[in-house]
Design a protein around this ligand. Structure first.
Ligand code: ADP
Ligand code: X2W
Length: 249
């Protein structure tokens, strides 16, 4: 199972440790790959350098000189997360071509579109009893780093391994009338997701998540679920289809 773990589900050290404990518990029954982002950690490092960043279509415009700061922040987080999870190996997408990418749009700078995943490396690590913890920086055709939205990176990994994925975030799933928690959709089809994005009831940071979920399903993942990282037992429940919003083809 692939777990996408992003900024909103790691707001405090307590939450980070709680999610790590959930992941460790899930390993008793499932081989697990963690793919993480860390928007707030990136923001902190940029702010410390008086750098203001701009988002277009949910993606951080990443000029070349900003890339080192983004990568540095994610690398530090990667080591913390893999230590929290235990029996883990923290890697960036740049290691051994784990995530290969090309420039998505020159206007966005060093932002990548994933073109390949080294699934064999992930299978080797899993076979050795290690949990890969993957940071969302890919290697580009020029050998340099590319900044990939972590939802997109996680969806690509789930598709490459043809395994289910859970996107952990700070809401219980996709609401039909955000932020009314009673409007949580337990299931959404591809057509309903497309309608939600077009109509605007799926917005902001939820758009890359549902798009990555659909991409994973297209590539062969058996399920894609969006769920809250703040709920105890969420991963086991999501694996059974009993938590969050499960997106189906
Ligand atoms: N229909 C919706 N249902 C739930 N959340 C939504 C919806 N539309 C937009 N959102 C927003 O998407 C956010 C989750 O995306 P994001 O902040 O990028 O999460 P993360 O940092 O965990 O990747 C929610 O906190 C909420 O503000
Ligand atoms: C291109 C792009 O936008 N990359 C993201 C990568 C981190 C990320 O996606 O982190 P969350 O999962 O916490 O949102 C960024 O720079 O913020």
């Amino acid at each position: 199972m692939i777990i996408k773990y992003g900024g909103n589900a790691m707001k405090s050290q307590e939450l980070r440790r709680a999610v790590a404990a959930e992941i460790a518990a899930l390993r008793a029954e499932h081989a697990v790959v963690v793919v993480h982002g860390g928007g707030p950690a990136i923001e902190r490092e940029l702010a410390a350098r008086d750098i203001v960043s701009e988002f277009r279509g949910g993606l951080r415009v990443t000029p070349p000189e900003m890339m080192d700061v983004v990568e540095g922040a994610l690398c530090v987080l990667n080591k913390r997360l893999s230590q929290d999870v235990g029996h883990a190996l923290g890697l960036m997408g740049r290691d051994s071509g784990l995530l290969r990418a090309e420039v998505l749009d020159p206007e966005l700078g060093r932002v990548g579109r994933v073109t390949g995943v080294n699934a064999d490396l992930l299978r080797t690590l899993l076979g050795a009893g290690l949990t890969p913890v993957v940071g969302c920086v890919a290697v580009g055709p020029d050998g340099g780093a590319l900044n990939v939205n972590a939802d997109t990176a996680a969806g690509a990994v789930a598709g490459a391994l043809a395994e289910g994925i859970v996107f952990l975030t700070d809401v219980d799933g996709v609401y039909r009338a955000y932020p009314d928690p009673h409007s949580l959709a337990p299931h959404l089809t591809r057509a309903e997701v497309e309608e939600g994005v077009a109509a605007g009831w799926i917005a902001g940071g939820m758009i890359p998540k549902v798009r990555a979920a659909l991409d994973a399903l297209t590539r062969g993942a058996p399920f894609a679920t969006i769920a809250s990282g703040m709920t105890a037992g969420v991963l086991a429940a999501a694996a059974r289809g009993e938590a969050g919003t499960r997106i189906t083809p």
